[in-house]
Design a protein around this ligand. Structure first.
Ligand code: ME8
Length: 632
């Protein structure tokens, strides 16, 4: 049996739900999977959730839920969102599943029996947010290099003899240039390893959550050591037919978890087990909001399905087609080496230019002209040689981009096919040929254009599967899902009849384009009590406050509203310092549509009176009320 093409994503912490950063990795993996399936590979694509982390247990506590119930709910939410984004995974592994726990314990026992694990005392720093052990010299101003809070820990731990693998790791990385991509990250990994690897603490004191060390109840396995094992647990190692899957062909991730974990600890663990290393580890860049990484801990998240639903509402398309606009945006702007700054305007702009103007309108023009000039049927005619060459060259660039996992370049090659199609319309002017009665030439041009529409459908398919299905239905053809057959023209058979339909995507007009700043609310003289009751007001406590960069008015507040936490941006910085407001109670509108300000999502509004000079005067409860108390 030929080996399956095995693709993995990181397994995500279930301390909160996915945003467009996390979605990027999963969607890029899905595009790789869909492309490889089209190439005839027997793909096995696995994603999942990382549930045994301390920060996950703490998030459950903060939400006032049993940890197991909390992880069940959040993990289900990940599945739902990946489903909504049309991610076609073959397996979804959870680290609280018995199959995973068993495999982790097996790995631990085997490595221990082989002398790679020993018991010692750990004394040092721990970054809970990144779940990472740190040296004193790693700290910057008392925080982790990423700016996270650190805790001092002193405990008896099991250690993995990572230092013993240093030379073998360097050798492997240097001998296998495709092992770590992109190249700049390979260099980072090499310099990290060359600085000298310390043995790695791989257990924590058992605080009631995590995989227990076999035969030692006092310890649970460190979450990274545990999580990495998911890649072999999902394929049933050490039993069954795991050899049909392993080594993984590509392990996708963001650059933040490449150097220390996937490119150092993980390969050393595999070497200790006598297993092959994954063929390629890809560590892509970050999606930024403003100058910051989009991340759940920063609260500046953009939810991928909300982005799609919002577009669907503004242009009146189905959610599935709007999801494809999100997928296309992710692919086209995918940060590989460098980071990419997300803005709502940029999203709208790429939608309008690439998907509406070029793709949807280009295809619509071809289909309409076929109806107007050729009776709605493919006319007889030869495919233009020059068009064929251009399209074949674009496909070759697409293929070589995918070999390097450059989804952004592949999407660029796909849009160059769309551009060629539009160029062909503009230069060959079928309407002129029709007017002049040049039937034979018109036939060749129109058949070439229809063939190009078909190629567009195929090259876009890994990126935008619903859109491609839609194009196939316009052409009245079954999906173009075999890469090797994309350049063939037999299906664009003379006499074949097309469907008549409206353009796939509608343009966003200026009024509907998203802006970062909000317009003034319309003034209304009277409202009913029912109108007023629509506004949900609650007492909230200010947990934290900080100024917003480049703004002298805004404070970014973290509020506790009952058992919920919210981020709200308030224009009160000139009257209130963070210290003056932290710990106080305010009144917050909780059902206001979230909006972006200076790159941050504001999830509500706090009430203030406008002072005589326009200054903000906060409205505060007369006496302390439980956080979350409703206000009428
Ligand atoms: O690290 N831009 O899980 P996690 C791009 N459980 N990618 C981003 C991103 C951003 N702004 N934010 C997150 C973990 N990501 C571990 C993994 S694997 C054995 C264990 C993506 O929920 C990126 O792929 O913190 C990053 O590596 C991953 O989400 C981190 O997800």
């Amino acid at each position: 049996m030929p080996k399956r093409y095995y693709i993995t994503t990181p397994i995500y912490y279930v301390n909160s739900v996915p945003h467009i950063g996390t979605a990027l990795t999963t969607v890029a993996s899905d595009m790789t999977a869909r492309y490889q399936r089209m190439r005839g590979q027997d793909v096995y694509f696995v994603t999942g959730t990382d549930e045994n982390a301390i920060k996950v247990a703490e998030a459950a506590q903060a939400a006032g839920k049993e940890t197991q119930q909390f992880v069940d709910e959040v993990s289900a939410e990940f599945r739902r969102i990946w489903g909504g984004l049309n991610v076609q995974f073959d397996d979804f592994i959870r680290t609280t599943e018995e199959r995973h726990v068993r495999t982790v314990q097996e790995v631990f026992s085997r490595l221990k029996d082989a002398g790679h694990i020993y018991l010692d005392k750990y004394e040092g720093w721990y970054d809970v947010s990144a779940e990472t052990f740190l040296k004193e010299s790693d700290l910057i101003d008392g925080k982790s290099p990423e700016g996270n809070e650190v805790r001092w820990v002193q405990e008896e731990n099991y250690f993995f003899r990572l230092s013993a693998f240093q030379d073998r790791l360097i050798q492997h990385i240097e001998a296998n240039l495709e092992f770590i991509l992109p190249e700049t990250r390979r260099n980072e990994v090499l310099s990290f390893i060359r600085q000298g690897l310390r043995d790695s603490a791989i257990t924590r004191t058992n605080a009631g959550w995590g995989v227990q060390v076999p035969g030692d109840e006092g310890h649970v396995i460190y979450v990274w050591f545990d999580a990495l094992i998911n890649y072999i647990a999902a394929i049933g190692w050490p039993d069954g037919d795991w050899q049909n899957y392993w080594p993984a062909d590509v392990e996708w991730m963001g650059k933040d978890i490449l150097v220390r974990f996937h490119a150092t600890l993980w390969p050393a663990m595999l070497m200790g087990l006598g297993l092959d290393l994954p063929k390629t580890l890809v560590g892509h860049g970050w999606v930024l909001m403003g100058d910051e990484k989009i991340s759940k801990s920063k609260g500046n998240v953009v939810a991928p399905l909300e982005l799609a639903d919002d577009l669907a509402a503004r242009v009146g398309c189905s959610r599935e087609l709007a999801v494809d606009a999100v997928r296309y945006y992710m692919a086209r702007t995918m940060p590989f080496e460098n980071d990419y700054r997300f803005t709502y305007e940029d999203f709208d702009l790429k939608y309008n230019t690439d998907l509406v103007n070029d793709l949807s309108n280009g295809i619509h023009r071809v289909i309409s002209m076929t109806h107007n000039f050729c009776g709605g049927k493919v006319p007889p005619g030869e495919i233009s040689k020059s068009a064929h060459e251009e399209v074949a060259a674009a496909l070759r660039s697409y293929e070589s981009a995918m070999v390097k996992f450059r989804i952004d370049e592949a999407a660029g090659a796909a849009s160059s096919v769309v551009k060629s199609l539009n160029m062909f319309i503009d230069t060959r002017k079928p309407w002129d040929l029709n007017r002049r009665g040049a039937t034979e030439e018109l036939g060749g041009v129109m058949r070439t254009l229809l063939w190009m529409v078909r190629v567009c459908e195929g090259v876009m398919r890994p990126i935008t599967p619903t859109l491609s299905d839609k194009i196939a239905s316009l052409l009245q053809l079954s999906p173009a899902d075999r890469w090797d057959e994309l350049l063939g023209d037999a299906v664009i058979a003379p006499g074949h009849e097309l469907a008549a339909q409206d353009p796939i995507y509608q343009r966003l007009d200026k009024k509907k384009m998203q802006e970062e700043t909000k317009t003034e609310a319309p003034s209304v003289d009277e409202i009913t009590i029912e109108d007023f009751m629509k506004v949900k007001l609650r007492v909230a406590r200010v947990l934290d406050a900080e100024p917003v960069q480049d703004s002298d008015k805004l404070l970014r507040l973290q509020l506790i509203v009952g058992d919920e936490r919210r981020q709200v941006l308030a224009g009160i910085a000139q009257q209130y310092t963070p210290d003056a407001i932290i710990g106080r109670q305010v009144i917050v509108v909780t059902n206001l549509k979230p909006r972006k300000m200076r790159g941050f999502e504001s999830q509500g509004m706090i009430l203030a009176a406008d002072g005589l000079d326009g200054e903000a005067i906060l409205l505060l409860p007369d006496k302390d009320a439980p956080d979350g108390t409703p206000v009428h």
